[in-house]
Every structure is written in structure tokens, then in C-alpha cells.
Design a protein around this ligand. Structure first.
Ligand code: ADP
Ligand code: MG
Length: 256
């Protein structure tokens, strides 16, 4: 479904993503692991059409099915991306760098996705939001609906973000370090939630993490990034239990 082909991205003269090729099939969870600064977020943001305008795609292209989303030498086609964002692909960021607006009630923010992309009426929208809150484990959905982000715990905010990302059943979900800022117990719950959503909705997921344990638990396949390059790709077992590359070995051995 998603093909990233020989993608390079540069800020000024510095290439931070170098010749990266990745493929994602429907229903598949692909992990992208690597140390901080290895180019994981820039790759994901470029895929989503959300990378800053300062970033130039210097080689390669990105396809969604047969549609070319992004291609070297051409500026980002924002109108094209708007057709895909939300309904076909959505993103979950690291809490608390979430895109929840601190000045607006959480229910209202999730409703906006439906207002923008569906023809449901007010009542249907409210019901759908409450139903989705419950589906992502926000049992007290009515209270969450009328809360401001700061009135919720970090884990609850992340669940609300996930509700927003999955409410339209997008075919691709990109989760960039979705659990990094959360307590270990909550981390595990969020990973289980993403796994459940993947099983129920059959979305493809790009799961970005520097945590190899998490990658091992949720990912079908894993790509390892180093200095902007993908150095190794394979099933989670191959890459994390029997790494072929010296760099991956060091990465795996560094984890307690
Ligand atoms: P990761 O997500 O793997 O930690 P990033 O993709 O965020 O790494 O960053 C890769 C490299 O690109 C880093 O060296 C970072 O400093 C650089 N970079 C990221 N965003 C920008 C930007 N907006 N302007 C300039 N350099 C950037
Ligand atoms: Mg990052």
C-alpha cells in the first residue's frame, strides 16, 4: 500500500534521510527503530506531508497505492495530501507534543475530524466520538468529552489522540514515539491498544520507537535506521533476535 522509494530529504545542504526505501502492506505493523537523530521522524513527517517547508526531497518518491504523494524535485502537493490526511492516513505523536489544543475541550477536538470528513449530523457525531472514546479505553467517555486536555492524565490524552487518529478508520497510522513520555505501565497499555486497533481495523501502522522491546512486542517487520540510512530490514525476529548488521547487534546488545 505504501512504498517509500529511495527517499532522500535535506535541510539546506545536509541530507538527514538518505536513500530510504520502505514498504508497508495493509494490516502490517512496520517498526522503525534507531537512535535519536537517525532520521525516523523526518521520514515519517515526509510520508505524512507534514515535514517543514525547509525540508527538500532530493531523491526518490512516496506512493500510496498507485498515487504519487511526493516526488523529488516537486514541492509538497498540500491539496493532494489533504485528501489523504485523516481519512486515509493519520498520525499519533509523542505525548505531550501532541496536537491536542489546550484551549478546547477534548470532545470538540475529536468532533472536528468528523465535521471535516463526514456528513453526520451533530447527534451522530457526538455518539460516534463517545463510542470511539470507549473503544480506546476511555471508559468515562462523557467526562473526557467535556474535559480540557490538562484535566486528563498523560495516558488519557494519548488515548484521546489515538481516538482522533482512528475515528475514520484510516488505512495507515503513523505513530511516532507514541509512548515515550509515558510510565511503563501506561506504555504497555497504549501498545496493547494499538495492537487491538490494528487487529480490528486492519490498518497498516508505521511504529516509530527507539525502544527495541516495544518494537519486538508489536511489530511484524522492523527497519533499523542509522545516520539517515536504513541499515537493515526484516521480520521482528530476524532483526532483533538475529541481527545481521554490526550496528543492529550493538543496538540490541545495548538494551538491558
Ligand atoms: P529521529 O526522529 O530519528 O530522532 P529526526 O528525524 O527528528 O531524528 O532528525 C534527523 C536529523 O534531522 C537530525 O539531525 C535533526 O537535527 C535534523 N532535523 C530534523 N528536523 C529539522 C529541521 N526542521 N531543520 C533542520 N534540521 C532538522
Ligand atoms: Mg523522532
Amino acid at each position: 500500500m505504501i512504498k517509500i522509494e529511495e527517499l532522500s530529504v535535506a535541510f539546506g545542504d545536509t541530507e538527514v534521510v538518505k536513500n530510504v526505501s520502505l514498504e508497508l502492506r495493509d494490516g502490517e505493523i512496520l517498526g522503525v527503530v534507531g537512535e535519536s537523530g537517525s532520521g525516523k521522524s523526518v521520514t515519517a513527517l515526509t510520508l505524512m506531508g507534514l515535514v517543514s517547508d525547509a525540508a527538500k526531497v532530493t531523491s526518490g518518491r512516496i506512493l500510496f497505492d498507485d498515487v504519487i504523494l511526493r516526488e523529488a524535485g516537486r514541492p509538497c502537493d498540500k491539496a493532494l495530501y489533504r485528501k489523504f490526511q485523516g481519512s486515509e492516513m493519520s498520525m499519533v505523536f509523542q505525548e505531550p507534543q501532541t496536537s491536542l489544543n489546550p484551549t478546547q475541550k477534548v470532545g470538540r477536538q475529536v468532533e472536528e475530524v468528523l465535521l471535516l470528513h463526514t456528513k453526520l449530523d451533530r447527534g451522530e457525531i457526538r455518539d460516534k466520538v463517545l463510542e470511539t472514546f470507549r473503544a480506546v479505553g476511555l471508559q468515562d467517555a462523557e467526562r473526557v468529552y467535556v474535559s480540557y486536555p490538562h484535566q486528563l492524565s498523560g495516558g488519557m490524552r494519548q488515548r484521546a489522540m489515538i481516538a482522533m487518529a482512528v475515528i475514520l478508520h484510516p488505512r495507515l497510522i503513523v505513530a511516532d514515539e507514541p509512548t515515550t513520555a509515558l510510565d511503563v505501565t501506561i506504555q504497555n497499555q497504549i501498545v496493547e491498544l494499538l495492537r487491538k486497533i490494528n487487529a480490528e481495523q486492519n490498518n497498516a501502522m508505521l511504529f516509530i520507537t527507539h525502544d527495541l522491546h516495544l518494537a519486538r512486542r508489536i511489530c511484524h517487520r522492523v527497519a533499523v535506521m542509522k545516520d539517515g540510512c536504513v541499515v537493515e530490514t526484516g521480520t521482528a525476529e530476524e532483526v532483533l533476535d538475529h541481527p545481521g548488521e554490526a550496528y543492529t547487534k550493538r543496538l540490541v546488545e545495548a538494551v538491558p
